[in-house]
Design a binder for this molecule. Sequence first.
Ligand SMILES: O=C(O)C(=O)Cc1ccccc1
Length: 419
Amino acid sequence: MKAIAPSHLKLMFGSSQPTSRSYPCVQNAQRSDSCGTSRSEWRSTFATLTSKVVTQKTLPMPPVSVGIDHVNGLNRAARVLGMNQKPLSVNDLPPAPMHGGANLRVAYQGVPGAYSEAAACKAYPNYESVPCDQFEVAFQAVELWIADRAVLPIENSLGGSIHRNYDLLLRHCLHIVGEVQLPVHHCLLALPGVRKEFLTCVMSHPQGLAQCERTLTKLGLNVTRKAVDNTAVAAEHIAANNLRDTAAIASARAAEIYGLEVLEDGLQDDASNVTRFVMLAREPIVPRTDRPFKTSIVFAHEKGTSVLYKVLSAFAARNISLTKIESRPNHNRPIRLVDDANVGTAKHFEYMFYIDFEASMAETRVQNALSEVRELTSLLRVLGSYPMDMTPWSPSSSTSHTASSKMNHSYGNVNMAKP
Ligand SMILES: O=C(O)C(=O)Cc1ccccc1
């Protein structure tokens, strides 16, 4: 891995520039979503994928390795079609890129030593890193072709959802092309010679603080908690400013990079502390059925009776397992007022619902479920259909991210479909 940005990217771009092709945006009649895709562009989902794929061959493709792989794969698929006169099936299509990320520029929020960096390394062992100072910048880096992928932490087994990042997924038009589940092993880091008793402050990302809250209390530390943008940024800040009364909750790798000492190892409240990251790209990948896939969608609905129940039933009726449901305020319309002359005005909060389920967009049952959901909702967007992270479970240990060579070793190509 090598860094291609001398220091991390800062917010300096103009408005985001959606990319032109975005087939997994499903939108209800006559509306256009933030990606500008209309319902008519996406009427019959992957049932007509084959014709769509052959015409895509003629579109100009982006000059990045993933695009090139895609074109070659499509040519191969088209040849298969021509020679055998057999209908093309999704499994004839090129697999999700398996190149291990050679020359792929991957944007993440933070500085070296951040967990997002470790997640990028797990997904793309040979990537070039593009550290960014904000998540928003990581999105824009991909939209503006400065990077090819962005890595985004989305939820943690102890700390829960990272809500802001759900909002960013909706505000931008990038596609989820993979996921990585990373065991997170937190350490308490301070300048050499500092003792725990001297500490008055502990700094970390809000997730770092949340994941270690009970342990901090158990240790009897009488410290204020300070939330910063990133765990490794906290470590860097302590070192740069010679703060002898402050500790960071961050990785052992951050301690090495910024010359800090590990005062406590394994600070998280539970050993099984895992963060789920998603990988984002300008283009979606072609979904498949020959390996476990996950699909993420977001929808909103107008008023109606039991809409949420009916949406969930569309999946249950087809035996599709939901793995996650999250709701966020609908920023376009946060409140709906319902006047009742007799009793007053009810204020209904409006939500965007995010759902992950264990199935691929290439499956007919999924296409049927989504057709049903589309009828029930005012907005439906497929955020991505991507290979599940099937890495064998290994509990976190501080050695797992102490150096990038070890990262490569411990996260190597272990039975994982590269997103
Ligand atoms: O702050 C970091 O290092 C991140 O990458 C975000 C984060 C914070 C805490 C746990 C997992 C990811």
